[in-house]
Write a protein that binds this ligand. Structure first.
Ligand code: SF4
Length: 430
């Protein structure tokens, strides 16, 4: 049995291939899927991450082609599925977009997998062999289900900047209106057994690693238990967390002791009203204390901010570079507030006729795809590019990180974003 697994690319990877220079986190979706293939098939498996590699598909033959995509890469996934279907392969699409929009996706391939693919892939393969496949497969999503050890050997030649990636939890308990993560697991947090995570880190001999959890500290008691188990491993790690953990002193000390060197926090906006509209529990008046606490512990912070929420005005956006400077984050990531298909926000904007395009290629967090309330879309796109540029002026980079313990590392990360900033579109294509 020959199986090809493809991570479809989107426009982000086409701007200037900044990501393929040497960046990005090694994804775990396809390596985990590959690990779930039962040995009895003696399968030959290949993984292609289209954002990082190019392959001449014409020269290859496969029995099964599985494609993973999000909204912005869904058109590319459909193109790939059609191509491989015409060549006689059995085609499957999974991932976020498929899970949130199975009916739409099912029109473009033989089968759709909703949820965590590795939990149902063996059944799909069995049905394929017995010629009784179904249109849609729903993967069960249970706590403590052991995760197969990802087949990292299948991506060892890809030049990811963050290669040693791992999961402790998946999903999120919060209900932010724009977020597809909570929709994927219906606001459940799926936790791995802690001993399994520790064993995986030991087996892979990871010393520096990157947790891909959407919200590493969503369950604080579980996170504390996990961190306690990580301390003896003497590792360094990165994780996405929420701002509110800063006042849990036990958790913060464990975070430090267990080796956390950097976190990503979605601060999202300077406007309280934007947070309320999005069911986001952040309190903007506490951001400064939060950042100070992380810095006291020598943990760096990348702050995420979104532009285009309903209470954003031109003035609010133009103030953002100064706002992030005052907050004192080490790295800044701006994205466009995007109504991802399948989320509550998408339905709301669609019903109110506020979507500018239904071409999901542009749902990549880099293009405005909705009508903002207080700014013209084209103007907002220009402001987006403008504040990226200002935030990544050399003097502003140095101002953020000068004198910090991890200066060299932070400088490289800031330079990477400075390069990315040059690829930001300034004109809307519709
Ligand atoms: S906290 Fe983050 S991951 Fe969780 S629902 Fe909100 S945006 Fe999504």
């Amino acid at each position: 049995m020959k199986i090809l697994l493809i991570l479809a690319s989107d426009l982000v990877y086409k701007y200037e291939n900044i990501f393929s220079l040497n960046n990005g986190f090694a994804p775990l979706s396809l390596t985990t899927l590959a690990a779930s293939v039962p040995e009895k098939y003696n399968a030959e498996i290949k993984i292609i991450d289209e954002g990082m590699q190019k392959l001449n598909y014409n020269k290859l033959d496969y029995d099964i082609v599985g494609i993973s995509c999000c909204a912005s890469s869904s058109n590319r996934a459909y193109e790939l599925a059609e191509y491989w279907k015409n060549r006689g392969a059995y085609t499957i699409i999974g991932g976020y977009h498929a899970t949130l929009n199975p009916e739409e996706v099912s029109k473009h391939c033989d089968s759709v997998i909703c949820g965590f693919g590795e939990n149902v892939f063996p059944e799909v393969l069995e049905d394929f062999v017995e010629n009784k496949t179904r249109k849609i497969y729903y993967a069960e999503c249970k706590q403590n289900t052991p995760l197969p050890l990802p087949r990292r050997d299948l991506i060892k030649n890809i030049n990811y900047g963050a290669k040693n990636t791992i999961f402790a939890t998946r999903g999120c308990i919060n209900k932010c209106k724009y977020c597809s993560v909570n929709k994927f697991t219906n606001s459940n947090l799926i936790k791995r057994p802690i001993s399994e995570i520790v064993d995986e880190i030991k087996l892979c001999k990871f010393k520096k690693l990157f947790f891909l959890d959407s919200n590493f500290t969503a369950d604080k008691e579980y996170a504390k238990e996990l961190m306690s188990a990580l301390i003896p491993l003497k590792i360094k790690y990165y994780a996405d967390v929420t701002y509110d953990i800063y006042n849990d002193s036990e958790l913060m000390l464990l975070l430090k002791k267990s080796g956390c060197f950097e976190v990503f926090i979605g601060f999202e906006t300077s406007q309280k009203s934007n947070l309320k509209f999005n069911n986001k529990n952040n309190e903007t008046e506490k951001y400064r204390d939060c950042i100070n606490r992380f810095h006291e512990l020598d943990i760096s912070i990348t702050g995420g901010f979104m532009l285009g929420m309903d209470n954003d005005t031109e003035e609010v956006i133009l103030n953002l570079p100064e706002y992030v400077k005052e907050l004192g984050v080490d790295v800044v990531r701006y994205t466009i507030y995007t109504p991802i298909p399948g989320t509550t926000l998408f339905d709301e904007y669609k019903n109110n006729n506020r979507l500018l395009t239904l071409n999901y290629d542009y749902y990549d967090y880099m293009h405005i795809v909705h009508k903002p309330l207080n700014i013209e879309p084209q103007r907002l796109q220009e402001l987006f590019a403008k504040i990226w540029k200002e935030t990544y002026l050399h003097k502003n980079i140095l101002n953020r990180i000068y004198g910090k313990k991890d200066f060299c590392y932070l400088y490289m990360v800031n330079l990477y974003f400075k390069l990315l900033q040059r690829t930001i579109p300034t004109k809307l294509p519709y």
